[in-house]
Design a protein around this ligand. Structure first.
Ligand SMILES: NC(=O)C1=CN([C@@H]2O[C@H](COP(=O)(O)OP(=O)(O)OC[C@H]3O[C@@H](n4cnc5c(N)ncnc54)[C@H](O)[C@@H]3O)[C@@H](O)[C@H]2O)C=CC1
Ligand SMILES: O=C(O)[C@@H]1CCC=N1
Length: 270
């Protein structure tokens, strides 16, 4: 199975909120025809209605993929809409944080092929990163289809165990929010140094985007890119003295933030 099968047999998207829309936007941009996508979404946005996908319409009998993009807490209520497809050769892909392969297979019926994926919102611009793992019913062709689907909107990694998903969720699933907050905090710090707020925001946003793009394009390590900015005895070294403090700097703060997210991911799975 490949992307051509999705175009031919169709794909169902269950839930099209923030993450579902980010993925859909990315797939449409890569040329997946809207006529091949069936979306079930009780509160469709204006954007979704304008995409030309099949919205809240009767589903195809045997779609290649059904992607579950509802909140973990809504899964029990939302899955019955897809139960008729359970046990078929439709590949179920769940992006729900915390919800285990076993729980999804349990709700859809034994024998269902399920892949868990943790994507992130930069998928909307083709720059996502997704981690994947399948249940026992998933073999190479299904995993490879899921990988191809996610590769259309960014990079992918395949996990060794499902247990790694909590840490992945905490690093790359939630991670864009940490970076957006970094923009907010850097802008606020610039304003505190006397810059007009809108100018500080423009500088902070461009700096994070530019540094991200440099990290993306450069072959140098993140550590080397940092060193390249840091003149001995200069301004960056003064700031890094604060940020790299072992007790109160960014590393212990991020350790705590990522641990909190991983802990919450585990809780969502209970
Ligand atoms: N937002 C993010 O950055 C990421 C979210 N996720 C996961 O994606 C899933 C969705 O998250 P968001 O898009 O952020 O939430 P959201 O609340 O924006 O989207 C969920 C959508 O599901 C719809 N929905 C509710 N009940 C439904 C039903 N019975 N049938 C069909 N649709 C229904 C809601 O109307 C809503 O539009 C969650 O499981 C989350 O863990 C995973 C990675 C990143
Ligand atoms: O906040 C959440 O629970 C979801 C999962 C990863 C990003 N958003």
């Amino acid at each position: 199975m490949n992307m051509d099968d999705i175009a031919a047999r169709g794909m169902v998207l269950l839930g099209c909120g923030k993450m579902g829309s980010a993925l859909l936007e990315g797939w449409l941009a890569t040329g997946l025809p809207p006529s091949a996508i069936w979306v079930l979404e009780p509160k469709p946005s204006d954007w979704l209605q304008a995409t030309g996908v099949n919205l809240n319409a009767g589903l195809p009998d045997a779609p290649a993929v059904a992607l579950l993009a509802v909140k973990p807490q809504m899964m029990g209520e939302a899955l019955p809409a897809l139960q008729a497809l359970g046990g078929s050769d439709t590949l179920f892909i769940s992006i729900a944080a915390g919800t285990s392969l076993k729980a999804i297979e349990g709700a859809l019926g034994a024998g269902s092929r399920v892949v868990r994926v943790m994507p992130n919102t930069p998928a909307a611009v083709g720059r996502g990163i997704s981690a994947l793992i399948g249940n026992e019913q998933v073999h190479y062709p299904q995993l490879s289809l899921a990988r191809e689907l996610m590769a259309a909107v960014g990079d992918t990694v395949t996990l060794e165990t499902e247990a790694q998903m909590d840490a992945v969720t905490a690093v790359s699933g939630s991670g864009p929010a940490y970076v957006f907050h970094m923009i907010e905090a850097l802008a606020a710090a610039g304003a505190a140094q006397g810059l007009p707020a809108d100018m500080a925001m423009k500088l902070a946003r461009a700096t994070v985007c530019g540094a991200g793009e440099l990290a993306h394009q450069s072959e140098e390590s993140a550590a080397q890119l940092r060193i390249n900015v840091t003149s001995p005895g200069g301004t960056t070294a003064a700031a890094l003295g604060v940020l790299m403090d072992e007790d109160h700097g960014l590393p212990p703060l991020l350790q705590r933030a990522v641990a909190a997210a991983a802990h919450r991911s585990k809780e969502l799975g209970q």
